[in-house]
Design a protein around this ligand. Structure first.
Ligand code: F6P
Length: 459
């Protein structure tokens, strides 16, 4: 029997009170079904971390092997190269990119430490699945140490267009490293096409067919695997949440006003400042909407040591104050902005209560919140999704009102259109969106990737 080994930067080690994030939610059911090993960082920092062996713990058939980071590694590898260089680069936000050579060196050495600590835990029958931009060199490092087991890699972020990739320090090396895996997965067909173009042009890979590259005598499959949610489960969670006290309180506080709702990590890629500006434009361009709407935005703090995130927080605090001061009235606060995360079930209820899901990232690999908003709706009386056309999810949710996340007038018009939309059109648009996600699950996503990895390496 094959054993699944998942490797990701952050591992959601089971701990009381821990709320799993994006990648963890998606992989949870796959590991619950298949069992296996999950290797990565435990989220902690310790001066001796580089000398300590992995900590092993078991829960519900899954083995978790985790290592810590030293404070310098946290600064240079995590806050630095991963989140100040690669993250904005992958999302094509050059103005947020900050690059230091010492951070690249730390990024490489942490990947080497991942490799050294993982090697003794591997078995001959393992299938290794590496996740995300923190671990671009890992497949090549494992191969260099003689690992012959199947290796898959999935990128949860977008893969940038060729010109953008040229700003990556040592981009060619990253491409060659990735090409040591057997299967490379991306969120959308555009990401896959960008990778294939870069791999052939910069790394010298030869295109065999639409989904196969040849690199240094090794065949690499490349595929598009849009990450999915569990729509039926999320729909049930949202419906049940309507009975919660939190929901009753929110509904009561709206005093009959229409609810516009957004939920994100506070991250420069999420377009939060433009989103607020689009909402403010609605209130100016369509003044009849004043007092009729309330915008609730949850923006949970994230990566708070990264300077561009700190700058975003400062900008937003100023903007929130201005918006409420300029547009508010004695008995109406147009914007409610929360930086504390809320339980998933409560968020599901907020989505169901909302008239509009307002989700406008500047760029996003997928954006599962958009899919969750659709799943959370009451089919008889659904809300309208206003979605950035630059989110991967827009490729599936074409019946949402798709907007340019930089165009404040466009976002204001879309909000107005959503507020004025007839029940028949809301149902029709919701149905089309629901049909495109209803038959998928997160588990199905994981299994289809592993199935192709199996076929690729058994062939
Ligand atoms: O979207 C990429 C991702 O790494 C998710 O997997 C994760 O939930 C989120 O960003 C936050 O990441 P972190 O707090 O580990 O930097």
């Amino acid at each position: 029997m094959k054993r699944l080994v998942i490797v990701s930067n952050r591992v959601p080690v089971p701990r009381e009170g821990l709320r799993p994030g994006g990648l963890a939610v998606v992989l949870k059911d796959l590991l619950a079904r298949k069992g296996g090993l999950w290797f990565g960082w435990n989220g902690a920092c310790h001066p001796d971390a580089a000398h300590l062996p992995p900590e092993i713990q078991k829960a519900e058939g899954v083995e978790y092997a985790t290592i810590g980071l030293t404070p310098a590694e946290y600064r240079n590898y995590y806050t630095g190269f991963s989140n100040s260089t690669l993250w904005p680069l992958m999302h094509s936000l050059p103005e947020c990119i900050h690059f230091e050579r010492r951070e690249l060196a730390s990024y490489r050495s942490v990947n080497e430490r991942f490799c050294e600590n993982l090697l003794p835990l591997l078995r001959a029958e393992d299938v290794i699945w590496i996740h995300d931009y923190h671990l671009l060199p890992l497949a090549a490092l494992l191969r260099r140490h003689g690992v012959r087991q199947p290796i898959g890699f999935f990128l949860h972020t977008p893969f940038p267009a060729p010109d953008m990739l040229a700003t990556a320090p040592d981009g060619g090396t990253f491409l060659r490293d990735l090409l040591k895996a057997d299967l490379l997965g991306f969120q959308t067909a555009d990401d896959t096409a960008n990778f294939i173009f870069a791999a052939s042009r910069t790394a010298g890979a030869v295109t065999v067919d639409d989904t196969t590259l040849l690199f240094e005598g090794h065949k690499v499959r490349v595929g598009t695997f849009p990450v999915e949610i569990d729509p039926q489960t999320f729909a049930a969670t949202a419906a049940a949440a309507m009975e919660h006290e939190d929901l009753r309180r929110l509904a009561g506080s709206l005093a009959g006003r229409r609810l516009v709702f957004g939920v994100d990590r506070m991250d420069p890629t999420k377009g939060l400042d433009h989103r607020l500006a689009g909402y403010e434009r609605l209130l100016h361009t369509y003044p009849a909407r004043q007092r009729q709407v309330t915008f609730l935005q949850i923006a949970a703090e994230s990566r708070t040591d990264v300077p561009s995130y700190q700058a975003l927080r400062n900008r937003l605090e100023h903007q929130i104050g201005q918006l409420n001061a300029h547009c508010g009235q004695a008995d109406w606060t147009p914007l409610r902005f929360l930086t504390r995360g809320s339980p998933r079930s409560t968020v599901a209820g907020y989505m169901r209560l909302a008239d509009i899901g307002y989700i406008t990232p500047l760029r996003d690999g997928m954006n599962l919140v958009a899919k969750e908003f659709i799943a959370a709706q009451d089919p008889e009386n659904p809300g309208v999704l206003v979605l950035s056309r630059l989110a991967g999810a827009a490729k599936q949710l074409e019946a949402a009102l798709l907007v340019n996340p930089l165009d404040h007038d466009g976002m204001a018009d879309a909000l107005e259109r959503a507020l004025a939309m007839s029940l028949a059109e809301r149902r029709e648009r919701w149905q089309a969106c629901w049909d495109s996600i209803a038959s998928h699950t997160a588990l199905g996503w994981g299994l289809s990737f592993l199935d192709l990895l199996h076929k690729t390496t058994e062939a």
